[in-house]
Design a binder for this molecule. Sequence first.
Ligand code: ADP
Length: 227
Amino acid sequence: MIDLKKINKYYQNEEETLHVLQDVDLHIDEGEMVAIMGPSGSGKSTLINLLGFIDKSFEGEYLFEGHAFTDWSDDALSKVRNQTVGFVFQNFSLIENNTVFENVELPLLYSGYGFHQTKKKVMDMLELVGLIGKSDKYPKQLSGGQQQRVAIARAIINNPKFIIADEPTGALDTQTSEEIMKLFVELNRKSQATIILVTHDPENIPYCSRLIQIRDGKIIEDRELSQ
Ligand code: ADP
């Protein structure tokens, strides 16, 4: 599904050129649940911005289902992004003044659904993530774990080809983190969702099918995990 070939990425600041991704080769198949670990500054965000079609200024080749996107316009790229990838962030990134229902509904409206076409889909999604009965609440009325469930429902409602979760348990306590990881595993196993998870937390690793370690912009370890 995802094929990175000899990716190099540079950032230029006033004094120097930073070589933040160095000859990265990476293949990810449909249905994998991949953990990306590495210290701060090692290039994880740069890598997921590239995988998520946010950044297209790099050297090398990114093939998604055999297509290269580097020379696409920003508009075309953001369309592909909306249809292809669901993002989950550490801080949930929900719209505070919108209800749970409205937060989860938003990607459907962006992709052209009318208001009257969204209800069943949103309710099904809330059921899937364990939030029955919460549709009229506002994010602030929910616990951190519940807010992350809303964010996950929002990320998957458009049936993305894959999910990028950037430190999704970083703001949660241990037990809630476990629950969120179990939800990702359920989505991965039941719906064959492909999940790319950036994490600092070693406790998240046993839930994943593969571990990629990155240091100084290089993949230094890439191995399958037994689940
Ligand atoms: P991580 O997500 O692993 O913490 P990043 O991908 O954010 O790492 O950063 C990798 C390196 O690139 C770091 O040295 C960081 O300072 C640098 N960097 C990231 N974004 C920029 C930018 N927009 N301009 C210049 N340097 C950047």
